[in-house]
Ligand binder design. Sequence first.
Ligand SMILES: C[S@@+](CC[C@H](N)C(=O)[O-])C[C@H]1O[C@@H](n2cnc3c(N)ncnc32)[C@H](O)[C@@H]1O
Length: 251
Amino acid sequence: MNDYQKTFNARGHLYNDAMSAQPGAREAERAALLDRARMNPGQRVMDAPAGGGYVADGVRAKLGDQVQLVCVEPCARFSAAMDARYHVLNEPLDSVSLPDASLDVILSLAGLHHLDDRMPVYREWARLLRPGGQLVVADVGAGTGTARFLNGFVNRHTPGGHHGIFISEREFSEHLAVAGFFVEEDSMQNVPWRFRDREGLGSFCHTLFNTSRARPEAVADALETTVGLQRKPGGLALAWQLRYASAWRQA
Ligand SMILES: C[S@@+](CC[C@H](N)C(=O)[O-])C[C@H]1O[C@@H](n2cnc3c(N)ncnc32)[C@H](O)[C@@H]1O
């Protein structure tokens, strides 16, 4: 079992706990991914890496049983709480036991920044998609407050640290093109996380990132300083940002 599997097998359940306690916190982030996906009834859709199935749950809420959902999650413990209606594969992202051209849409949220070489994953996604199939992918952009928080505060306060290799400005455009995609969009998006109050913010992120070496209040302080907070009607918005790409498998 390699390091990240140890990490995510150790903290996957905490991640799922945070997501269950505040299921609406990351809604803007997921909606920005699903709004870009052109999914139709009868299609096969893959969520990878799925974690606890957050993206797949969003697809299901939108389309119900009309699409088949495949979830690839390398860490079995992380996927244990997933909806039993999903076809779950506990396999590496770059070696999935599905035939060539067997998928219509691939969705990927916040799961690439622990990989230093992502080309094998992009190539595997190209293999899995039928010609004309769509990939929608999003992850932390290099040089953002989000990146500084994860490799700064989280790295100092979580067992095992956090050493993200974030998405550079041209990576999606250039590397997906090399892998056989036509890249329709590659842009940074503001996808604020929403909380009722500062306490909710602190406890959600403390659990999600397993910052066991800090108190939740200190997590909220660090987020305010590094990422940014705004008062909004009904609560607080954390200025979370991700880079999004939408790309089409070329023939
Ligand atoms: C932050 S979670 C995101 C999970 C889910 N997509 C979500 O949005 O809630 C990170 C995901 O990346 C996966 N992951 C982390 N490091 C990885 C690596 N080196 N190779 C493959 N998957 C990895 C984890 O198993 C986990 O599913």
